[in-house]
Write a protein that binds this ligand. Structure first.
Ligand code: SF4
Length: 320
């Protein structure tokens, strides 16, 4: 079947004073209609840059998409002009950020903010837009009467619900959610995730869920790309990832999940730190931290190897 989104050989670099940061390299990913892809990794792995790349919002300078193609509904987004892109952003592709306040206008009622998106995409008058805005609020579990309230009158979890209502008001084909629940406390997190799952079913929206939390992946994703130092190191469906993780980094992530009781710091990283992005280690960038590293690993860059149909691993152990 045709994919809604296909990323081919994508590379995004930042020109920093002390060198080039290869924020995303050699990326190949697909998202099918109605499918949810989890993009997982530590801070600095390149997850948010990937999202900004799809939205064509990489700050330039210092950032630049230096290679690759991003096909959305069969057309390369990198060949579109600004006007065409504006029509796609916030219409066919919506994005939700970690902090809901970054996407809300503090001096506008939430009803007006949702209504504005609706008016942008549908031929309705102000009154009809407000009614539709109230319906959207109800869908995310907020009484329609609260449309007349301002963002500061809502709790953090409610604000994120409002942001979700705005993002879905134009019925996007693809929703990119960048750590949408990280700033919320655990109970509210679960509620917002449940809501996103239900809305995904109702609206048949495809989703990219950026997270560092494998619990969220287990809960909501169909397939997963694990990122390390700008590269996808393992890419497969959720089931194979959870039953048979292959890449030593992925295996380390699973081993590092702490007990539920100590719910601090959900992803206790593997021994060592992410490498300096302007000065990546030679060969496999994970080799200084990898328990399976051999001498060859510091000399040769691994390529993506298909270990089973649809399961890709970027590690020399799996190269024939
Ligand atoms: Fe570890 Fe070597 Fe595989 Fe890199 S290529 S993940 S260092 S075993």
């Amino acid at each position: 079947k045709e994919n809604l989104l296909e990323i081919r050989n994508l590379a995004i670099h930042y020109m920093a004073e002390d060198g080039t940061v290869r924020a995303v390299e050699d990326m190949n990913l697909e998202v099918g209609t109605g499918e949810t892809l989890g993009l997982v990794g530590e801070t600095g792995a390149g997850k948010t840059t990937t999202a900004l790349g799809i939205m064509q919002l990489v700050p330039n300078p210092p950032g630049k998409i230096v290679d690759g193609e991003i096909f959305f509904e069969g057309e390369d987004l990198l060949k579109k002009n600004q006007q065409e892109l504006r029509k796609i952003r916030g219409n066919k592709i919506s994005m939700i950020f970690q902090d809901p306040m970054t996407s809300l206008n503090p001096v506008m009622t939430v009803g007006d903010q949702i209504g504005e998106v609706i008016k942008l995409h549908q031929k309705v008058n102000a009154k009809e837009a407000l009614i539709k805005a109230q319906e959207m609020l109800e869908k995310v579990g907020i009484p329609g009467a609260r449309a007349k309230d301002y963002p500061h009158q809502f709790s953090g979890g409610m604000r994120q619900r409002v942001v979700i209502a705005i993002a879905l008001a134009c019925n996007p084909a693809l929703l990119i959610a960048d750590e949408p629940t990280t700033a919320l406390d655990v109970t509210i997190q679960a509620q917002v995730l449940e809501l996103m799952k239900n809305l995904k079913k109702e609206f048949k929206t495809s989703m990219i869920m950026i997270t560092h939390d494998l619990g969220i992946v287990a809960d909501i994703c169909d397939k997963v790309a694990i990122m390390y130092a700008g590269k996808v190191v393992e890419y497969t469906d959720k089931r194979s990832l959870f039953t048979a993780p292959k890449h030593p980094y992925t295996v380390g992530l699973f081993n590092s999940i702490p007990n539920i009781e100590e719910d601090e710091d959900r992803l206790k990283p593997i021994k060592g730190l992410m490498p300096d992005p302007t000065n990546l280690p030679s060969g496999c960038p994970f080799h200084p931290r990898c328990p399976k590293a051999t001498e060859e690993c510091s000399k040769r860059v691994p390529k993506a190897t298909e270990v089973e149909p649809g399961h890709y691993v970027n590690c020399l152990l799996y190269e024939k």
